[in-house]
Ligand binder design. Sequence first.
Ligand SMILES: [Zn+2]
Length: 84
Amino acid sequence: MQPQLEHDHSPVCPSCGGPLIQKSRTRLLGVGLLMILGSTLAWLVPILHIPAIILFLTGLYLLVWASFGRGRWCRNCKMFLPGR
Ligand SMILES: [Zn+2]
């Protein structure tokens, strides 16, 4: 009998060993893309340049989280975990 690997079932943080929260990657990607799209529209308005940059960076962060972080978040470390 082989032991079952369960890291998808109950993922733990590789740095602190705490439980990980799994967010929907599709949702993260969707929201991230919407934010980047919104930021490019906001960029057209001069007074919205600063919010546009913030929105763009937040959207980019979500995309990186979804792709490299695989949607996993550690509550203890307050950051997403890069996929192996
Ligand atoms: Zn951690």
